[in-house]
Design a protein around this ligand. Sequence first.
Ligand code: AMP
Length: 286
Amino acid sequence: MEQTNRPTVIRTVDALREALAPTRRAGQRIGLVPTMGALHQGHRSLMDRARAECDLVVVSIFVNPRQFDRASDLQAYPRTEEADLQLVADAGADLVFAPATEEVYPAGFGAEVRLRGPLVETLEGAHRGSGHFHGVTTVVSKLFNMCRPDVAYFGRKDAQQALVIAQLVRDLDFGIRIETCPTIRDPDGLALSSRNSRLSPSERQRALTIKQSLDVAAELVAGGTTDPETIIAAATQVLSGVSLEYFALVDPQTLEPVSSIDRPVLAAIAAEVGEVRLIDNLTLLP
Ligand code: AMP
């Protein structure tokens, strides 16, 4: 049965620590689901997984200015806190941590957590600029320190981000288990995204061709095509009314381009539909 109670909403780091102390003292498992709000069933799937595996589930809602490469995108990012709290309540999560920007980045804040290397430099790192992942690793490090969860849940929809976070945890010995959950889609295939609410009906139709391009690539690979160029050419042909940033076939762990497809490969795409930038990906199996 779905719950209707509002979850406890916490705005400060001190209050979060206080709220988590008894659970930690009891040796119980704390799960964290980091989000930027405008919650949908993709986020809900992460909460469901956390609820099934943890004693206490924290959902953080924070639109992190440091990971936006465009001021217009940050400004237009949907903010729907009341509806978010209802979704969290329905998922049966325990706490919402929704700090103000100044709580996370107070005056005089001077730290930045940066990874180096191919994982942060390719795909999203190359197209949005290196600052994007520096913003992600900085805020996720802070959330990990604030909450000190046992497990944190991320979506494969942002496959590169999940790999970057896994490296962050390894490199800095956070001692947190990272779980990556499958991409949740609308029945027509569109990957759920907070940004979808900004699409007009006609843009939404065009956005469907993003998933269709991934499906074309999947069919070719399943049918035995091994040449990446051939697959990329056929896949990008079906895109219509979107502005392609990249369509790449890469190693699912290192994100390095593959020269021939003889094992599972990650197809990753970024495209703009009107003003809205969308990403999606699919693992292709030969
Ligand atoms: P966001 O609020 O967009 O920063 O996303 C918060 C978390 O939800 C990230 O780990 C995302 O990868 C995950 N997520 C976003 N959309 C989906 C989706 N359609 N399916 C599964 N996870 C998702």
